[in-house]
Design a protein around this ligand. Structure first.
Ligand code: PLP
Length: 431
């Protein structure tokens, strides 16, 4: 098929995620034929640097030779098996490795097949443990500006209005504490949290948060001290803490997991996205043996956690996840990223001379800035996106926030190309 045929057939048959489809009357969808490393190639063999890691999932480049080989091995062995009553080698290895990589208190793995489902598991399970302890705590606590996915439960605990407002009448009850805006704001945010806990604490099952970076909330980076204190305050009151590390896990914040920088251990840890380095849908919720034991009883006591997804613990996905962990182990990724991160910061700083570039921020392998001072209805982020495509860089701004969250295999030359191109693009934009 050629580009036009694909676009026509696509527009006839596909409703794309998170998209006003009418936008595609003006802005054609981009058919991708293949990928290698940080590059995606279209049907005219134009290359695009994937600056957003294909929605934050890719870690080691497209069509990575090592992961490909492990996936091919697995595909000739076992593609999938029901995980209720059965198990397989890939998933037991993966679970053992995840437990060894995380501290005591994260001792068991419960699998699902995407990020939102992991959040649903953690929400239901935290409510259910309290119930088993004879307490009905029917509310959840989350932070302003948070994002946890778009199924009904996950949407309920999120706070990005754009995704939420239409559905608010059908969502579950949730209390929202303010996320610190900056380091000067931490004391205030903790006081507000305390007020909420004093008033509502008894009714709250769990506090869910994205530690250190609220990615969908315009890459808002906030204090690790706040996270530490907030977690302690909740745990002291018997409220479970759920860390949604779906976006930030696997090295994005500079450590393998974000909780490492907060000096606390959550009661539930949700992982997805990078877990398979962008190859296959998979997610896992980790929790303590204590929580696990509360559900462990003779069947007729009706204490089992009866939650499942058809593709839970898929064998191909587990093979990709094991290959991903191999790469972290064998290639010193976290240390190498530190150097890469410094280089990106220095390169991005060249954009600060542009008047309307503001709030430059970064942590680990996440980099962002805002385009400010434009008329409220102007979609300047979209203008940058379109201009980026013309010079072979794939950005997908969040509103007027431009972010750079590349695969970890990106080279210095490619980084330079991205920021030189961005500078040219931004300089051509007029107020
Ligand atoms: C992407 C994301 C989710 C949802 O994961 P899906 O796989 O898209 O359902 C949840 N939480 C955070 C922080 C995310 O970035």
């Amino acid at each position: 098929m050629n580009t036009k045929q694909i676009i026509d057939l696509d527009m006839k048959s596909i409703w794309h995620p998170c998209t006003q489809m009418k936008d595609h009357e003006k802005l054609p969808i981009v058919p991708i034929k293949s990928g290698k490393g940080v590059y995606l190639y279209d049907f005219e063999n134009r290359a695009y640097i994937d600056c957003v890691s294909s929605w934050w999932v890719n870690l080691f480049g497209h069509s990575n030779d090592y992961i490909n080989s492990k996936l091919k091995e697995q595909i000739d062995t076992l593609e999938h098996v029901i995980l209720a009553g059965f198990t397989h080698e890939g998933i037991v290895k993966l679970s053992d490795r995840l437990i060894n990589l995380t501290p005591k208190g994260l001792d068991k793995c419960f699998y699902a097949d995407n990020g939102s489902s992991a959040v649903e598991v953690a929400l239901k399970m935290s409510y259910h443990v309290h119930l088993l302890d004879g307490k009905k705590r029917f509310k959840f606590l989350s932070l302003s500006n948070s994002y946890h996915g778009e199924t009904i439960g996950a949407l309920s605990v999120g706070a990005v209005e754009l995704y939420k407002k239409t559905y608010s009448p059908i969502l579950i009850e949730c209390v929202v504490a303010p996320v610190p805006q900056n380091d000067g704001d931490v004391e205030f945010a903790l006081k507000e949290l305390e007020k909420i806990l004093d008033k509502e604490g008894e009714n709250i099952s769990a506090f869910i948060l994205e530690p250190l970076i609220q990615c969908a909330g315009n890459m808002h980076i906030y204090s690790n001290f706040y996270v530490k204190k907030a977690v302690q305050m909740c745990q002291e009151r018997g409220i479970y803490v759920i860390f949604d590390e779906i976006a930030v896990g696997f090295g994005r914040t500079g450590t393998l997991f974000a909780y490492e920088q907060c000096e606390v251990v959550p009661d539930f840890l949700c992982l997805s996205k990078g877990i398979t380095a962008g190859y296959m849908p998979l997610s896992v919720v980790m929790m303590s043996d204590d929580i696990y034991q509360k559900f462990y009883a003779p069947y007729e006591h009706q204490k089992a956690f009866l939650h499942s997804h058809s593709y839970t613990g898929n064998a191909l996905a587990c093979a990709c996840a094991n290959a991903t962990l191999d790469i972290f182990e064998n290639e010193n990724v976290i240390d190498k990223n530190k150097e890469l991160s410094k280089f990106i910061i220095a390169t991005m700083n060249n954009l600060s001379e542009i008047d309307f570039v503001a709030n430059m921020r970064y942590k680990g392998m996440v980099f962002a800035f805002d385009l400010v001072g434009f008329a409220p209805n102007r979609r300047v982020g979209l203008e940058v996106f379109e201009a980026g495509l013309r010079v072979g860089i794939l950005l997908r701004p969040l509103g007027n926030t431009i972010y750079f969250m590349p695969p970890y295999v990106i080279t210095h030359d490619q980084i330079k190309y991205v920021f030189d191109s961005l500078k040219t693009i931004l300089k051509q934009i007029k107020y």
